[in-house]
Design a protein around this ligand. Structure first.
Ligand code: GDP
Ligand code: MG
Length: 239
């Protein structure tokens, strides 16, 4: 079985080549230990205004595919494009900013035959205390609103069996996407395993995850999702 490795990227020209190289090494290792027998990397360039896409094209690697949004559509939209492009049996995503160690995908794969989804939680998370506090509040809100009981919802280190995502309609364009996927998967009866992963401070490029417009969009999408769940007896039966 093979693995599709999705890398959403927005203005990551300084990080994308090393991100892809790290992923390539990690995936080759998984092949060496006979964990997988094939892989592809799908980079989704979400309307970057730097030369993220050009850097990927210049690598000219046969197993690295590039999906380009002509305009910036958001993190959720980029993940969705990546999932739609993915061809393999297992689907993994992480960020293209070198804040994770791609080699640690090997900590997730041993669980995927017993679970449908294996998600990382950043331990410890290398972000300022204010971001960690915001994340804790976000986690509590998701627990209160949807009963979602996951350590680190927004951790960008997640492995799925293909069938989890294949039948799922994903509506979030922004950062709410992680919550949407996990809430829907939980309701669908899919089993989730959580594993601690390393996290590193961003060295190059600009962080967008804490921008007010990103956070506000996540709240708007959460409210819309909440209403949709309540309005739809099939989807919202548990609430
Ligand atoms: N597709 C897409 N990706 C984004 C956007 N903003 C950030 N990213 C990517 O999402 C990842 C995480 O972004 P980052 O700014 O580091 O957020 P943080 O890790 O939550 O602080 C990186 O791979 C970025 O390239 C966006 O608007 N669209
Ligand atoms: Mg980041």
């Amino acid at each position: 079985m093979g693995l599709s490795f999705i890398l959403p990227a927005f203005n990551e020209a300084q990080n994308i080549v090393e991100s892809v190289s790290q992923a390539t090494r990690a995936l080759s290792h998984l092949v060496d230990i006979s964990c997988i027998d094939g892989w592809e990397i799908v980079v989704v360039d979400d309307g970057s205004i730097d030369d993220t896409a050009a850097q990927v094209r210049a690598m000219a690697h046969a197993q690295v595919r590039l999906v380009v949004h002509s305009e910036n559509q958001g993190y959720g939209a980029a993940l969705r494009s990546g999932f739609n492009a993915a061809r393999e049996r297992y689907i993994f995503f992480t960020d293209a900013d070198l804040q994770f160690d791609a080699a640690e995908i090997a900590l997730l794969t041993p669980w995927i035959d017993r679970f449908d989804i294996v998600v990382g939680y950043r331990s410890p998370r290398q972000d300022p205390w204010i971001r960690r506090a915001n994340a804790a509040a976000w986690g509590l809100a998701l627990y209160g609103a949807f009963g979602l009981d996951v350590e680190d919802v927004n951790c960008a280190f997640k492995l799925f069996r293909r069938e989890v995502l294949e039948g799922m309609e994903i509506n979030s364009e922004g950062a709410f996407v992680n919550a949407e996927i996990l809430v829907k998967a939980t309701k669908g009866g899919f089993r989730i395993k959580q594993v601690p992963v390393s996290h590193f401070a961003r060295v190059a490029g600009a962080q967008t995850g804490a921008q007010p417009k990103v956070v506000l969009k996540a709240f708007r999408e959460m409210a819309r999702f909440y209403r949709r769940q309540r309005g739809n007896p099939e989807e919202g039966a548990a609430f």
